[in-house]
Design a protein around this ligand. Sequence first.
Ligand code: LU0
Ligand code: CA
Ligand code: CA
Ligand code: CA
Ligand code: ZN
Length: 426
Amino acid sequence: MFTKRRAIGLAAAAAAAALMVVTAWSAGAQEPTAAPPAPDRGLYTLTGADTVQTRTQVVNSGVDVLGEGHGGGPMELIASPAQARQLRAQGYTLELTGDVEAMLEKRSGGPSTKDSSVADFPSGDEGYHTYDEMVAEVAAAATDHAAIAQQGSVGSSFEGRDLPFLKISDNVATDEDEPEVLFTCNMHAREHLTTEMCLHIVQRFTDGYGTDQTVTGFVDSREIFVIPSQNPDGAEFDISGGEYQGWRKNRQPNSDGSVGTDLNRNFSYKWGCCGGSDDNPSGETYRGESPASAPEVAAVQAFMDGRQFKAHIDFHTFSELVLWPFGHTTDDVTEGMTQEEYDRFADIGQQMAETNGYTPEQASDLYITDGSIDDWAWGTHKILSYTFEMFPSGGGIDGFYPPDEEIGPQTTRNDAAVDILLTNAG
Ligand code: LU0
Ligand code: CA
Ligand code: CA
Ligand code: CA
Ligand code: ZN
């Protein structure tokens, strides 16, 4: 009986809820309760996941974990009614705190009045760059600073959007023997603040050249590469329909009819090795069909294979963290990571975190991830590779959508950390 009802519920939660109401009426046993069915996408607070293992289980159960939570506190996540039931059956405590659809609509300024066929940020958030605006910004930087900035292409997204990069250095047209440093952004669709972080780096190291001494020194002695968006299809989808969609993955269709690969689980180093990703295509941490099966990942990997990067930051949101490899294991020292190398990661990570007030830790202190960009960058190329989780430190689904007034303060907040990375690339 219990099993049967649960099976029905897992198959179609809404239908099952309706069925139970009808049953109660016809049996005449009791009035149907007024409690509304749980929303399709409910925001939940989960407690009971106090270890890396249990947090990893939750993250890869198909649900959408928001931010990381510090020190193993409660987790905030988006789940369907069936997913919430399943997690409860596994012994976790889940409290429903909101309806994500309603929250996204509210954050987007109410029911959209915009042309739903056009991807644009909701009114009030125009300070963020759409894909076209980002492309124009990169092109303008190259045109306005032709002596130190040159534009190129990393490749194309699944839907065919160009993935532009900008190189910033003196004698920019020449591949000089200077340490190469890479900044990548917007791997997860809804993490729009990170696109702004990369554009801020572009602006700072181009406009500041010749006037700002620190900037000039780095531009003269380094080759700085910036990829403002690794997931333009997802980012455009996230702002389509005049309303934020809360989208994470890319927009590549899957065999089961669902859409999207989690790009930060699709990199080729120890892909799918360690329970740090989902093999279910509809899951939010779906690792893809094979290593680098996402065209965006294949493009970024090929680009990085073709250069000699010494240091790298991949910007994400949110939780205010500085993270270093490995994510696939909780071990500090393992194949591909000596104690000395680990200590260097931790030392520079802590130095950077001191400047921006983030929390520094190894990536797997949160939960296990496999197929992430920083594991790949270090594991295959020995690139000093960090993941930053930017502002805010918490805040549910709205954490992905800080008001555009935050762009200035939250990007300049990382200037000193970026400079520390550039210094240590030498
Ligand atoms: O990919 C992720 O899950 C990252 C964290 C890892 C780099 C450890 N968090 S995010 O998806 O919330 N940006
Ligand atoms: Ca605003
Ligand atoms: Ca140069
Ligand atoms: Ca070079
Ligand atoms: Zn992310």
